[in-house]
Design a protein around this ligand. Structure first.
Ligand SMILES: Nc1ncnc2c1ncn2[C@@H]1O[C@H](COP(=O)(O)OP(=O)(O)O)[C@@H](O)[C@H]1O
Ligand SMILES: [Mg+2]
Length: 381
């Protein structure tokens, strides 16, 4: 959109959640939004998830970066044009550490916490359960919101195949806690496990044959150790859901101009609309630029006339090169046409959200200079 800017969003939101399907540019956009927040004088923090190595190092996020650290102003305000007072911090989501902290927070005693943290099922499996990473991202957001004192929190979301997983994570956490098998496993003695019936025993027996019965013992022990903590977890998940539904929390949907990404974005937008938290902005990333209005067919025709006319080998070679450039341009126009078709109407479909386009840049976006380029398209209209 000509003239559209995400500036007001960055200035007026408390939380920005960057969602979209994998690889569309969520991490890049999240970083650019937080930088702009800082540039506009806010105390901003970005929670990144699996940033590319070079971006991580640009943000000062090497191995141990699970807690937020402030980035030196000289790095993000090189030309000293930013408003005074802004601060930029970053952290990298560490699912395991976040989960550990949650366990410690809600354990009734420190022994209970240690028992869970040492449990083999917890150590090897719990972090990898589907939805855990999404939930921990939401949990981190909640923690920063309650305790960090930031004015703007930008969260990246995990590289899940479905953008919706993030929204579902708190529900999934409560569903796990309400799960029947989970409850049965919480029954305190083995005798009662026998009482719970043949079906569950048969199930455990089968699973035990596949993964080894000691694994089953670990699982049972894990859920037993969890006893008394469900309420804390459930209440917490409820609060996380409330924060996601808060009017100060805005969703920025990122997509590429490709059909699959646009479909996924549309699905996500519809789902958000149902929960009465509409998408605040749509970022269409990696859009191919359009050079002039000439149709691809016209360009191809022109390319065809340029070949093989001349006897002079040098002129012939030059004509050949020019023809190749025309063909190339024709291809570009075709791509631009296709992208335009794919995107047509997407703005109507997402309601009143601001739509911004970011072109396919010639370089990867891995440092402050290239993030500034992206920022130019997001904020300068
Ligand atoms: N507009 C763009 N032009 C060129 N490269 C881009 C652009 N946006 C993102 N990239 C690059 O694409 C890759 C994926 O971006 P990333 O933000 O990590 O996606 P996601 O977090 O959605 O998986 C990164 O290497 C990034 O530098
Ligand atoms: Mg990412």
């Amino acid at each position: 959109m000509e003239g559209a800017s995400l500036g007001p969003l960055v200035e007026g939101s408390r939380v920005l959640v960057c969602c979209g399907t994998g690889g569309v540019g969520k991490t890049t956009t999240a970083a650019a939004l937080a930088i702009e927040g800082a540039r506009r004088g806010r105390d901003a923090v970005v929670v990144t998830i699996d940033p590319a190595k070079r971006l991580a190092s640009a943000l000062g996020l090497q191995e141990l970066a699970a807690t937020a650290h402030e980035i030196d102003r000289s790095l993000w305000d090189v030309d000293r044009t930013a408003a005074p007072g802004g601060r930029l911090s970053a952290l990298m989501l560490d699912t395991r550490t976040t989960f550990d902290e949650l366990v410690r927070r809600f354990a009734l005693t420190s022994e209970q916490a240690e028992q869970i943290l040492a449990n083999r099922f917890y150590r090897n499996v719990a972090g990898a359960l589907s939805g855990t990473q999404e939930y921990m991202a939401a949990e981190k957001l909640h923690e920063l919101h309650e305790e960090g004192g930031y004015e703007l929190i930008v969260v990246d979301t995990p590289p899940s195949r479905h953008a919706l997983d993030f929204l579902d994570a708190p529900h999934r956490m409560t569903r796990l806690l309400d799960n029947r098998i989970f409850r049965l496993l919480m029954v305190p003695t083995r005798t009662s496990l026998r009482v719970v019936g043949g079906a569950l025993q048969a199930f455990l027996h089968t699973v035990g044959r596949v993964v080894g019965s000691e694994v089953i013992d670990d699982v049972i022990e894990f859920f037993r150790a969890f006893e008394g903590m469900e309420e804390g977890f459930r209440t917490r998940a409820q609060r996380v859901m409330e924060l996601l539904a808060d009017p100060g929390t805005r969703f920025v949907l990122i997509t590429s101009p490709r059909r699959d990404a646009v479909d996924e974005a549309q699905f996500f937008a519809d789902r958000l609309a149902e929960t009465e938290t509409p998408v605040a902005a749509l970022v269409v990333n990696r859009v191919h630029p359009r050079f002039g209005d000439e149709r691809p067919e016209g360009l191809e025709a022109r390319a065809a006339t340029l070949t093989g006319k001349d006897d002079d080998p040098e002129a012939k070679a030059a004509a050949g090169r020019l023809a190749a450039l025309y063909s190339n341009l024709a291809e570009f126009q075709e791509i631009a046409d296709r992208e335009e078709r794919t995107l047509s109407g997407v703005q109507d479909r997402i309601g009143s959200a601001t739509v911004v386009h970011v072109p396919f840049l010639a370089c990867d976006v891995h440092d402050f200079a290239s993030l500034r380029l992206v920022g130019h398209h997001l904020f300068d209209g």
